[in-house]
Design a protein around this ligand. Sequence first.
Ligand SMILES: [Zn+2]
Length: 73
Amino acid sequence: MIDIHWWRSGYDDQVHAFREEQAGREFGEAMCEHCVPNSKITLSDQGRRCMACLLIIGDLLATAHGDTLWRAS
Ligand SMILES: [Zn+2]
């Protein structure tokens, strides 16, 4: 199961894909390795999505087998 959240970074004002396990950490690290302190993360998926994250997620989707391995939230 891969839990991904699309959250906006205040650093580059793009929406990145963050993994569920980032919760509780001081810094968030997006799938594209963009690092941002939690205080700069907006819990919103509104905005321009990071192209690198989109490509990485696309790859995950392509290799996942349906909903058992993948759940977007
Ligand atoms: Zn990204």
